[in-house]
Design a protein around this ligand. Structure first.
Ligand SMILES: *[C@@H]1O[C@H](CO)[C@@H](O)[C@H](O)[C@H]1NC(C)=O
Ligand SMILES: *[C@@H]1O[C@H](CO)[C@@H](O)[C@H](O)[C@H]1NC(C)=O
Ligand SMILES: *[C@@H]1O[C@H](CO)[C@@H](O)[C@H](O)[C@H]1NC(C)=O
Length: 356
């Protein structure tokens, strides 16, 4: 199996493998070739031109990739070829797909015409086994239609991989014309069933998971390894819902508790106010009674003496307010009002301004 780092190195090489002759410059079609190890197409011309038959670099007539390399951001890029045609490696012009037995360029399965039953034969596993049921092996167009234990054609290609920091390794890619689900055995040249996970193997192509481990057994599919079991989705979903509802319920109870505390506080305040109001009423009553009795008993004493007679009652009221639990709660403007009330009322009482 090719490592991702290998692809990086191969693509880097493909960038530097293009020639450097610009549009209109001289070139030779005999220099067109596939690069050693990477099998990347090379010509004398740069990445936006091809070597025309008259020996000069001309504008390319088609492209293979959606995002071709080498063009400026706003440049006019050549078109992709329509269905039933292909763009050759030279990228000079679109051509019609080639019938079975025709010569094709290396690994260009798309240059070959598909079989009539292409829907049954085409590779839907995205492993590059064929394109539309056709395959280019040893530069000949074929169909991937060979059934189990029938003779097949195989093409083994050794790619050179480059390790970061220096060093090379060989990666052999083996392709055949067996139907999807079979592989072409290089020794017997017969199509054999692909092996399942855990079976012994010699090459990636033998495993249905496309991954033959160094230990000689078919390992898990590296491309599909990142699927997550459905129970993990369930656990994560439950976790999210649980977290959401837990927070909501927690906040609900917290709010309930705060509301009860506030309710109690207000009730206490009301009781205090009520008691205070009653005390004031009683005081007023007592004062009126004493004034009436004084007026009835003697006219020698004026209102000034009433201060002394009221002192114990005022003391009593003040003490009762001071014990209030509300004073210790530092919540809301009620306290402020109440404190003001507490400070001012005794002063007013002491003045003895005749309201009593
Ligand atoms: C060479 O051929 C190309 C493509 O056919 C053409 O565009 C170009 O003008 C030709 N150049 C010469 C010098 O004839
Ligand atoms: C596949 O091959 C068939 C038969 O040659 C052809 O009719 C069809 O258009 C091809 N499909 C694609 C996507 O090339
Ligand atoms: C299988 O494909 C080959 C070309 O590769 C073709 O000549 C042959 O007729 C096909 N066989 C069947 C049964 O379709």
């Amino acid at each position: 199996m090719l490592l991702p780092a290998t692809f990086l190195w191969i693509s880097w090489l493909s960038i530097v493998s293009a020639g450097n002759v610009n549009l209109g410059g001289p070139c030779s079609t005999s220099d067109n070739r596939l690069q050693v190890g990477t099998y990347q197409f090379y010509s004398d011309c740069d990445s936006v031109t091809y070597c025309a038959s008259n020996g000069t670099c001309a504008h390319r007539g088609c492209r293979k990739d959606d995002f071709p390399f080498g063009y400026a951001q706003d440049a006019d890029i050549p078109p992709k070829c329509p269905k039933g045609q292909f763009c050759p490696d030279e990228m000079d012009a679109c051509q019609d797909v080639l019938p079975v037995g025709s010569a094709c360029q290396m690994n260009r399965d798309d240059q070959c015409e598909g079989p009539p039953n292409y829907k049954d034969l085409q590779d839907t596993t995205h492993r590059g086994l064929n394109v539309n049921g056709s395959v280019c092996l040893n530069n000949i167009c074929m169909w991937s239609n060979v059934t189990a234990n029938e003779n097949c054609v195989v093409q083994n290609t050794a790619y050179i991989g480059y390790i970061a920091g220096g060093g090379e390794f060989i990666d052999v890619v083996s392709r055949g014309n067996c139907r999807v689900g079979l592989y072409c055995d290089s020794k017997s040249l017969n199509c054999l069933e692909e092996k399942k996970l855990g079976d012994s193997c010699d090459a990636d192509k033998e495993c249905s998971t496309w991954n033959c481990l160094a230990s000689g057994f078919c390992g898990p599919d590296q491309a599909l390894d990142h699927t997550v079991n459905s129970w993990i989705y369930a656990v994560v979903g439950l976790g999210i819902c649980g977290g959401m509802f837990g927070t909501l319920i927690g906040l609900f109870f917290l709010h309930l508790k705060q509301r009860d505390a506030e309710h109690e506080r207000r009730q206490q305040y009301w009781h205090e106010q009520n008691a205070f109001h009653q005390s004031v009423s009683q005081m007023r009553e007592a004062a009126r009674m004493s004034i009436l009795s004084l007026q009835a008993g003697s006219t020698m004493y004026g209102g000034n003496n009433s201060d002394d007679s009221h002192a114990p009652i005022l003391q009593n009221v003040f003490t009762r307010i001071s014990t209030s639990g509300l004073r210790n709660c530092n919540v809301q403007g009620d306290d402020e009002e109440f404190d003001e009330f507490m400070v001012q009322q005794p002063v007013q009482f002491r003045r003895g301004d005749g309201r009593f």
